[in-house]
Design a protein around this ligand. Structure first.
Ligand SMILES: Nc1ncnc2c1ncn2[C@@H]1O[C@H](COP(=O)(O)OP(=O)(O)OP(=O)(O)O)[C@@H](O)[C@H]1O
Length: 452
């Protein structure tokens, strides 16, 4: 394994045996030549390398094999076949319950953990106060760990893991158990460790955290790598896969309750404010007679029935632009061809930064705008006008046409083009106008002198 590689997996597979009844397991122990269980491959042919200092996210549905993979890397499980090489001191925060001895006090566990990680008692003495301060569990540090709440347990586990100077930090969803203040503290600490060159492997169902923390990401599906690469792209593949399945599930539910192919939007019409608004006269700049090529890296998904022909960003002067100005109005215009008839539809957009973090967006249902029925063959041009509240930088837009099923909660995606357009926000002409957050919301500031 090269010096720059922290973790290397070569064709790693893991097979578990599953038994229908506990007695079958016993029978197999007693009669080892007989087979009473079924083989289950939790991982199949997993190969990748993680470079030192890199942060890799692992995502996938429940049961995809994420924890099994981490346990194999941490060597608490042995693979059925394949090779695993790990180069560096590993601190792992796996599922709750692993790692600490419940009979020992918190203090004893910190010493035990430090010793396992190769620290001398003197080194642990030097660090203990920092561990206790980070965990912040007060006198519980001298109580046995079995009396801890799950939150206290995570606090101490995280504090002791990060204070052994790991070269590789492996975190499995553990942070989700702590309270929000502790989660924020852990995230900040993880970022600091990454900045200092620690390699991090991070399993999470929170796509936002994976996008913001990880450079690369692996999407596991039924024990196999479905996608591996840049975190922003892999997380998008994952989200689109899940949305596609949600679409199918919703369609199934709808088909069971109605005879029509698509949702009866009567319920929707009854329960939301009816704003039957004719589309204003729009000065059309999008292509309406052919499908346009979207930005490099764009990808689309959806159930069909509608097709987005074109999406354009327009500057404050309503001219096609790939640059928009600080704090000025801009427009998003799209053309949609309907291939089926629908009782209504909904459109919306989402602006993301280059890491894929979703910053600003809305839909017609969020805005309480209801669009009347459309017929197969209709072409609609839709437009959003908004003020640019983004800081200077590069952004992408996802634009979707959907069917509202439950207002603002569940939509069926007919056509969604992600990363459809890339655009740049220019820095302000006057540097004094610059703000320092990713986005800006207009505000009224006030003050009053109450003394002196
Ligand atoms: N000891 C075991 N014996 C039998 N099957 C197991 C064992 N451990 C895990 N599995 C199975 O292997 C598959 C992968 O499990 P794993 O815990 O790695 O998934 P995961 O992606 O971490 O899921 P989650 O997101 O729910 O934590 C699951 O179907 C699980 O039931």
């Amino acid at each position: 394994m090269g010096e720059k590689i922290a973790i290397s997996l070569n064709n790693v597979s893991k097979c578990f045996k599953r038994y229908n009844r506990p007695v079958d397991r016993l029978k197999e122990i007693l009669l080892p030549h007989k087979n009473y269980g079924q083989e289950f491959w939790a991982l199949r042919n997993i190969s990748f390398e993680i470079i030192k200092g890199e942060t890799m996210g692992i995502i996938g549905r429940n049961g995809a094999g994420k924890s099994t993979l981490l346990q194999i890397i941490c060597k608490t499980l042995t693979p059925t076949s394949g090779e695993v090489q790990v180069n560096g001191r590993v601190a792992a925060l796996l599922e709750l319950g692993a790692g600490f001895n419940p009979e020992f006090t918190g203090r004893e566990n910190v010493y035990m953990n430090g010793a396992i990680m190769g620290l001398s008692p003197q080194e642990i003495d030097e660090r203990f106060d920092k561990v206790a301060a980070f965990a912040d569990i007060g006198d519980f540090i001298d109580q046995s760990v079995k009396t801890y709440s799950s939150g206290m347990y995570v606090r101490l586990a995280f504090a002791s893991a990060i204070h052994v100077d790991p070269e590789i930090l492996i975190v499995d969803e553990a942070l989700a158990v702590g309270d929000m203040f502790f989660q924020a503290k852990c995230m900040a600490r993880m970022r600091e460790m990454m900045d200092n060159g620690v390699t991090v492997l991070f399993v999470s169902h929170d796509i936002g955290s994976v996008k913001s923390l990880c450079q690369r990401c692996t999407f596991l599906e039924q024990g196999e790598i479905k996608s591996i690469g840049k975190a922003s792209q892999v997380t998008e593949t994952y989200v689109s896969t899940i949305r596609h399945e949600t679409n199918q599930e919703l369609n199934k539910q709808i088909a069971q309750t109605t005879n029509s192919d698509y949702p009866p939007t009567d319920n929707f019409l009854d329960t939301t404010k009816k704003i039957q608004k004719a589309l204003p006269t729009i000065s059309i700049v999008v292509n309406i007679d052919r499908e346009t090529e979207f930005a490099e890296g764009a990808y689309r998904y959806g159930d069909g029935g509608a097709k987005i022909l074109d999406i354009k960003i327009l500057n404050h002067a309503h001219k096609i632009a790939n640059h928009i100005e600080y704090k000025q109005d801009f427009f998003i215009q799209a053309a949609i061809l309907f291939e089926k008839s629908f009782a209504t539809f909904c459109f919306g957009y989402l602006i993301k930064d280059l890491k894929g973090i979703e910053l600003i967006g809305t839909t017609t249902t969020t805005e309480n705008l209801e669009i009347p029925s459309v017929n197969a063959g209709d072409i609609y041009v839709v437009e959003a006008k908004t003020k640019n509240t983004l800081n200077d930088g590069i952004y992408t837009i996802a634009f979707g046409v959907e069917l509202p099923v439950t207002p603002n909660q569940q939509h069926i995606y007919l056509d969604l083009v992600d990363n459809a357009v890339v655009f740049k926000v220019n820095p302000p002409e006057n540097p004094l106008d610059k703000f320092w957050s990713k986005t800006y919301a207009p505000v009224t500031l006030d003050f009053a002198k109450i003394h002196g």
